[in-house]
Design a protein around this ligand. Structure first.
Ligand code: HSE
Length: 306
């Protein structure tokens, strides 16, 4: 018997919400099939779509780690075999490692007879993320739960689903280059001046408030991030220009998706998203890096069984 699951891409941080806010994206994701195996432990049977770049060592692969951690959390020991199909580019800021972990954890749990709730899978997926990208849940939580998620705390785990204003549409533009999360985290300041902390806190609070009230003008003012984005934007060729192009084409706001190099914009409608996508892609490509644009509703489901 086997179970196949698809986990979506995610936009982490959503501007000012570094490590605490993330959103699921529709139409792109990773697919994992988990099967029973006579061999004890978890092993990777195949990986497709990664150009041979991902480790097949189960101790280093996020799908295998998440599957093993899910078994541990459920108190079950059995042999599992994993087939991973990467739909997401690696090191792209779209939550690629998280999507593999989430699809694997979800499929493993279903194969074992669903002993755990979706919320219980966040911990096992975070263990997998910790190995490759640092311990944070702003990709794994929305990839599991769907929609827009606030992570108030990872220890103990406390996550909140946020409402999403009607019609809100996301543009994601992905420059065709790698930016490993570890590198993008290494440029961040260890210490932030109190004034900056005040500005960042105000932005996150008003972003959450705008989600509840549906006030798009407030949402638009709340997407600017005073701390992390300025430190990272120089790592992305054409990044500054793409964010300016998004605003120039009528987007509500724009910032880096997760650790980058992908960039995202929030738009009032699909029509507005289409012109924003073209403007952002052109701005990146003017800097000599080709880019792909993707448009998704902001309100998307999380992981699902195929
Ligand atoms: N919140 C994380 C970061 C997301 O910005 O480093 C990485 O995927």
């Amino acid at each position: 018997m086997s179970v196949t699951a698809l986990a979506p891409a995610t936009v982490a941080n959503l501007g000012p919400g570094f490590d605490v806010i993330g959103m699921a994206i529709d139409g792109i994701g990773d697919t994992v099939t988990v099967s029973h195996s006579a061999e004890p432990g978890v092993h990777i049977a195949s990986i497709a779509g990664d150009d041979g770049r991902l480790p097949t060592d189960p101790a280093l692969n996020t799908a295998a780690i998440a599957a093993a951690e899910t078994m541990k959390a459920a108190g079950i020991e059995t042999g599992l075999s994993i087939d991973l199909e990467k739909g997401l580019p690696l090191c792209s800021g779209l939550g690629s490692s998280a999507a593999s972990a989430v699809a694997a954890a979800f499929a493993t749990n279903q194969l074992l007879g669903s002993p755990l709730r979706k919320l219980d899978l966040i911990g096992p997926c975070m263990e997998a993320e910790a190995v490759v990208a640092g311990r944070h849940a702003d990709n794994v939580a929305p990839a599991l739960l769907g929609g827009l998620v606030l992570i108030r705390s990872t220890d103990p785990l406390d996550v909140v689903r946020l409402p999403i204003p009607e019609g809100l549409t996301v543009v994601v533009v992905t420059p065709q280059m790698d930016l490993p999360t570890k590198e993008a985290r290494a440029v961040l300041p260890d210490v932030v001046p109190l004034k900056m902390m005040v500005a960042a806190t105000a932005q996150v609070a008003s972003l959450v408030s705008a989600c509840y009230s549906g006030d798009l003008s407030l949402l638009s003012r709340s997407l600017e991030d005073p701390v992390v984005t300025p430190a990272r934007i120089g790592l992305i060729p054409g990044g500054e220009a793409a964010l300016a192009a998004a605003l120039g084409s009528g987007a509500l706001g724009a910032s880096i998706s997760g650790a980058g190099p992908s960039l995202f914009a929030l738009c009032r409608s699909e029509r507005s998203a289409r012109s924003t996508a073209l403007a952002m892609k052109a701005a990146v490509e003017e800097n000599g890096v080709s880019a792909r644009a993707h448009i998704s509703p902001a309100n998307c489901p999380g992981v699902r069984r195929l």
